[in-house]
Design a protein around this ligand. Structure first.
Ligand code: PA5
Length: 478
């Protein structure tokens, strides 16, 4: 029996959200949110909850079904991961945005923090793991410098099958593999994309690449629990069934209509009310290096989903909350000064971990210097918890709205839960704002301008539009 099949273990792994420091009776009426203002949303909350159910039923939120409908896909992924483990020394994701941030976040959360530097046996025999998302030529070259192409498999991930960055990387790598390996290059490429749309699927079929599909109704930033993230995770030895079980548990917790009983809905409601009160910045500050890239993943989810010019009725609304990534305790020495004494324009979300995967004692020393010796005999675990509690207190005192999401420990189950919960929270804020949380017209504009600048056929009009942009003035360049 897998541990996630044991209900008492599942309950012991429940993530909790402490939103005391968002509430006016705790943090004060000046900045805090009152229960009355939550209750005053009344029918709005009910309508949003209803829309969530209806959209799910009508197939507009297919990402919500990922914990349940991938049995065969999971079996295929596990088989493929074992084959990769047998044959290859390195696994490289080529993808960007939603096709990269989830794999990075999950890998960092669930594997050794220096995974790639461990000898192979300490990695469980699994390959080293890289994500090439940016197209900085120096970075690409640096990656090639550490790869042995004959022992590397590349997973090209693009939902649209046409993103310039990913396709450019694919072209380079295909050429390199082909020159080095001849026909055998095909075994070194796995394509993850839409089953019908886009160019990658056409290429993959023509070439005979191994292929995984991103379900039609699952957008990039909501795709981590699809083959986008599952293959990368399985290839590094992560238990993807546990990851999905965690998401299924979060689904259970986040499918209740009553906001007071649904952690994702409550979180969304508070963020929505905070936004209405001018808190336009959402800081995520994990107190664990393992969770540091969850903040990167969340930044994309939050920014692209909620940053919108128009609402669903076509009115200009210019909504959204700017995500900021921070790391506890590192950014206590960098950003916390601003959080405590700067403008009241933010909500800080701490991610806390009850039980770290290791305990490290602080050695005793310098008993004659009490300001140093007091640390000895404690653990780093106690120190990081104390610093988290102290920062929370400082923010409370400064009336900076904050909440803490507590993970009992970092494992595949709690990470699956966390990702899913944050996705539901994001979608629910989208409903409250009456915007489409699942499109990204602002990103498309940039993509199209790139196509035009590099001469992609069919983009003549965009090219003309770009040519007509204001010329650079010399006096503004110093
Ligand atoms: O969330 C999204 O849809 C985007 O951020 C995409 O993930 C990103 O632009 C990459 O797109 P694609 O997977 O189509 O290459």
């Amino acid at each position: 029996m897998k541990r996630f099949e044991d209900r008492s273990w599942v309950q012991s792994m429940r993530i909790t959200m402490d939103f005391n420091n968002m509430m006016s009776d705790v943090i004060g009426t000046e900045q805090g949110i009152s229960r009355e203002s939550i209750d005053a949303l009344g029918s709005r909350l009910q309508e949003a909850a209803k829309a969530m159910v209806e959209k799910r039923k009508s197939g507009k939120m297919d990402w919500r079904d990922l914990p349940y409908n991938q049995k065969e896909v999971v079996a295929d992924i596990k088989r493929t991961a074992e084959e990769i483990k047998e044959r290859f020394e390195a696994f490289v994701v080529l993808g960007i945005g939603g096709s990269a941030l989830g794999p990075i976040a999950v890998q960092q959360a669930l594997n050794h923090l220096h995974y790639n530097e461990l000898p192979k046996d300490k990695r469980g025999g699994y390959p080293r793991f890289y994500v090439a998302d940016n197209i900085d030529p120096e970075r690409m070259q640096a990656l090639f410098d550490v790869l042995d192409l004959e022992k590397t498999v590349f997973n090209v991930i693009t939902k649209s099958g046409s993103t310039s960055e990913t396709m450019a990387q694919f072209l380079i790598i295909r050429d390199m593999l082909q020159s080095r390996l001849g026909e055998a290059y095909k075994d070194h490429i796995i394509a993850t994309t839409d089953a019908e749309a886009g160019n990658l699927i056409k290429i993959a079929r023509a070439e005979g690449f191994k292929t995984f599909y991103i379900p039609r109704g699952v957008g990039g930033r909501f795709s981590e629990l699809s083959p986008v993230g599952l293959l990368a995770a399985a290839v590094c030895g992560i238990d993807i069934e546990e990851l999905l079980a965690g998401a299924a548990y979060a689904d259970e917790l986040c499918s209740v209509d009553d906001v007071y009983k649904n952690p994702a809905y409550m979180a969304a409601t508070l963020q929505y009310l905070a936004m209405r009160a001018g808190k336009n910045i959402s800081v995520m500050m994990p107190y664990a290096d393992s969770l540091r890239y969850i903040a990167d993943w969340y930044a994309q989810l939050w920014a692209e989903s909620l940053g919108k010019r128009y609402d669903n009725n076509g009115n200009e609304v210019f909504v959204g909350q700017t995500p900021v990534k921070a790391l506890g305790v590192t950014d206590q020495h960098s950003q916390v000064q601003l959080y405590t004494e700067g403008p009241f324009d933010k909500v800080v979300t701490f991610l806390g971990v009850d039980k770290y995967r290791t305990t490290m004692e602080i050695s005793r020393g310098y008993e004659d210097i009490p300001a140093v010796s007091f640390l000895g005999g404690h653990t780093l675990n106690e120190l990081i918890h104390a610093e988290q509690a102290a920062t929370e207190y400082a923010l409370l005192k400064a009336k900076c709205l904050n909440r803490t999401i507590w993970l009992p420990e970092v494992n595949a189950f709690t990470i699956g839960q966390l990702l899913y919960m944050l996705e539901v929270e994001t979608a629910f804020v989208g409903e409250l704002l009456n915007i489409n949380a699942f499109d990204q017209p602002g990103v498309e504009e940039g993509k199209n301008a790139t196509y035009a600048l590099l001469g992609r056929p069919g983009y003549d009009e965009k090219r003309a539009e770009l040519a007509a942009r204001p010329a650079k003035k010399q006096e503004y360049m110093i």
